[in-house]
Every structure is written in C-alpha cells, then in structure tokens.
Design a protein. Sequence first.
Length: 153
Amino acid sequence: MVLTVATVVAFVAVAAVLGLGVILGGGVVRTGGTTSSVAFPAGCVRPAGGFLIIQSNDGYNDSISQGAGLSKPWPVLTANEGQTVNIVVCNVDVQAHGFQISNYVDSSINVVEPGQVYKVSFVASQSGSFLIYCAIPCSIHFFMQFGQLKVSA
C-alpha cells in the first residue's frame, strides 16, 4: 500500500511539473489555471446560433474537469444536416493548440496560438458523429482528443 501511494504521489508531482491535469477517482487535481480567471482575446464571443470553444490548460471547454476520454466525449456540439455551423475557438493558454473536426475541418492542421481567435464556418452536409480534436502535441493533448460534432439528419 505504501508503494502504491508513493507511486501516485510521484505521478501527481511529475504531472504538476509538466502542467498536466490529473483525474483521480472522480475528483480532479488541477495544476493549471481556469478560464474564469483569464482575460479573453478580442473577438472571443459565441457567434449567434453557433459555438464557442475555449482552449486552456484545462482542455477544450474544461474537458479535464468534465472527464473527457474514450467513453465520454467533450465538448459535444449538435447540428442538423444542412445547417451552417459557426464556431469561434479562443486560445487562452500559454501554449499553441490545434482545432480539427473530422470530415469538416481537417484538410490541414489548424494551429491556434496563445491569445489567438480562430473562426470557422461550414455546412453540416453529412449526418453522423465527427471527432473534434487537437493535432498539436502539448502538455494536455490527451484531453483535447474527444470532442464530438453530432449532425442529425
């Protein structure tokens, strides 16, 4: 038991140094800031009828505290087939992140630098579930791989 506790403590300490968020048994140990204490860049506003994605040290829209992972997509955006989807992505972190949506926004790697706002608009032409993910490796990369766009027919 002592070895197990020591291993967990060591893992959390290493994660803190690397700026990673760690999920432990339903609770979250945060090692970074939260979006509520950060100034948003100019233009970081939810578009009318659209979506706002905040990239921070807590993931996409606090995906770390939402338990994002293989069995829980986060964030989940919903649209209807034929609808124009408008998304504003704001990076309030100190490191660059990517923003991709399989089938829709994935023809090139989209880099969103710290303090940058990225706007994307497309027509949801195909129904189904599409992965929202980051293609730029960073300290919280794992938690930015499980977003989802659900397009209903």
